[in-house]
Design a protein around this ligand. Structure first.
Ligand code: NDP
Length: 359
């Protein structure tokens, strides 16, 4: 099968690419620049241009971004993973939303062979900020984040951003606002995708993959560990000694999944499981806490003893049963038939890959 995979330079996409090629599928993948293409080509020296094509799509926020690449003949499945995942204010919402609608319209116009499109959405599009500490809330495939663009404009912190000051355009923004913006970008992008399909009734059907925090070994090309993907940042900090004197708060989004399982979910939903069409797939292995991760690293990597916090160092616990949401993703597990990897395996493999990168 010929598959179009957007955002091929990403953390999750690198694993999808590896799995697709290992199964003998032909892949066209998009990246922003030749500099991002070269390491991918170098990682698969034996693949012919027919088996692996790398196309440059510099700016997914352009309405015509995907017009040319979708014309490559014979594409049957599209896996759209490209979307900004960082907490820098600039360029979050537009690439997420316009990147999604532009690829869907390009496929509708010019790619008649496409039968399924899978979009990498997020748990961010499922959760409701105001209910994450509520023990009577159960998030599932049918839950939707109620955030709207109007909420963002109403947020007091946003007022400051109406005329962004240059120094605000970097990471220094206040975290609640940037997290709100990221979650909104994913929610609005996924909402726009389902609305597109409902309105235009295209020939293809749609599935979304909605992972929470993704951990796992690094397969994408990094100049240095400083460029690590957002969700693995906490493990870099841990192995570098950043938690030695206090384990940081886990945060409210206390569920996770391994990157290899997220990649498998894309491959199954796109190519192997007919029943995945029309579904939101809530891929999660369960809860985690920073404390559990620190304990796993302490036990499994004794050589990191001077970096990792001892049992006496406080913090990072999972919130108690009465202070956290519940989740139910049985439907997704049944449809995809994936046995989710456990936290210990994931953390150990992630740390090994970070150490190999020189963390
Ligand atoms: P990465 O940052 O590693 O990958 C993001 C990919 O999107 C990269 O290929 C990046 O290109 C591309 N991209 C970002 N912004 C643009 C843009 N404006 N124009 C073109 N391409 C762009 O993150 P992940 O692999 O973790 O994320 C992949 C997807 O998974 C995203 O949709 C993300 O929202 C979603 N997700 C991730 C979770 C996680 O915990 N990791 C959790 C839930 C969802 P470049 O390399 O050039 O920057």
């Amino acid at each position: 099968t010929k598959v179009l995979l957007t955002g091929g330079s990403g953390f999750i996409a690198a694993h999808i690419l590896e799995q697709l090629l290992a199964k003998g599928h032909h892949v066209v993948t998009t990246v922003r620049s030749e500099a991002k293409a070269a390491p991918i080509r170098a990682a698969y020296p034996d693949k012919s241009p027919e088996e692996l094509t790398i196309a440059i799509v510099p700016d997914i926020a352009q309405p015509s971004a995907f017009d040319e690449v979708v014309k490559i003949p014979g594409i049957e499945v599209v896996l759209h993973t490209a979307s900004p995942f960082h907490f820098k204010f600039t360029e979050l919402i537009d690439p997420a939303v316009l990147g999604t609608t532009s690829i869907l319209s390009a496929i509708t116009r010019s790619a008649p062979t496409v039968r399924r499109v899978v979009i990498t959405s997020s748990f961010a599009a499922i959760m409701d900020e105001s209910l994450i500490t509520s023990p009577t809330t159960t998030f599932s495939e049918s839950s939707w984040n109620p955030v709207t663009l109007a909420d963002i404009h109403r947020s007091p912190a946003t007022a400051e951003l109406q005329e962004p000051k240059p120094q605000l355009l970097n990471i220094s923004l206040n975290p609640p606002l940037t997290h709100l913006l990221y979650r909104a970008s994913k929610t609005l992008a996924e909402g726009a995708a389902w609305a597109f399909v409902a309105t235009h009734q295209p020939k293809f059907d749609l599935a979304t993959i909605n992972p929470p925090m993704v951990f796992g070994p690094v397969a994408h090309h990094l100049e240095s560990v400083e460029g690590i993907n957002t969700s693995n940042e906490r493990l870099v900090s841990l192995v570098r000694g950043g938690w030695k004197d206090g384990v940081p708060d886990t945060g409210a989004a206390i569920i996770w999944v391994d990157v290899r399982d997220v990649a498998e979910a894309h491959v199954k939903a796109g190519l192997e499981v007919a029943e995945a069409g029309g579904r939101r797939l809530f891929t999660t292995a369960g809860t985690f806490s920073n404390r559990e991760m620190a304990e796993i690293v302490r036990r499994r990597f004794p050589e990191l003893g001077d970096k990792v916090p001892g049992p006496e160092v406080e913090g990072g616990e999972l919130p108690g049963e009465g202070e956290r949401f519940k989740f139910n993703n049985e439907e997704t597990t049944r449809v995809l038939g994936i046995r989710w990897r456990g936290l210990e395996e994931s953390v150990v493999d992630t740390v090994k890959s970070l150490l190999a990168l020189g963390a």
